[in-house]
Design a protein around this ligand. Sequence first.
Ligand code: FES
Ligand code: FES
Length: 153
Amino acid sequence: MAQYNISVNGEQHQVDAPPDTPMLWVLRDRLGLTGTKYGCGIAACGACAILLDGAEERSCQLPISEVGSKKIVTIEGLTRDGSHPAQRAWMENDVPQCGYCQPGQVIATAALLNKSPKPTDAEIDQVFETHICRCGTYHRIREAVKQAAKETS
Ligand code: FES
Ligand code: FES
């Protein structure tokens, strides 16, 4: 067991945990941030995506000991009022079906737009080919990503 100071959604948290504890479980079980979902546990589905210093990270494979001073943002902290271009585009395009994968999809969009405000189709494909949606909302996701990119650029 060790003690870690981590920044999540703009707040500092002190967490006692074994060094190999995945951030997914720290967020969900210790901090009550259940918007970040468990899907595969092997960094293959994207349900657990968070922002780490603005870039997408799979929290199921991120040990708390590797976070250091990097800033974590979860779906709960992306904005307080749902005003991020990705969140607005998601609502306008009625993207979710069951909703389970959607926090990860929105976080992935935010990370993509941080890196590339005008993403090409190839860049979008590259990000979303590893974000699984069992409900098959891929077409609406793509529409929403493009709409969010238009607002961002
Ligand atoms: S639960 Fe982390 S990528 Fe699937
Ligand atoms: S909306 Fe159901 S898994 Fe994606």
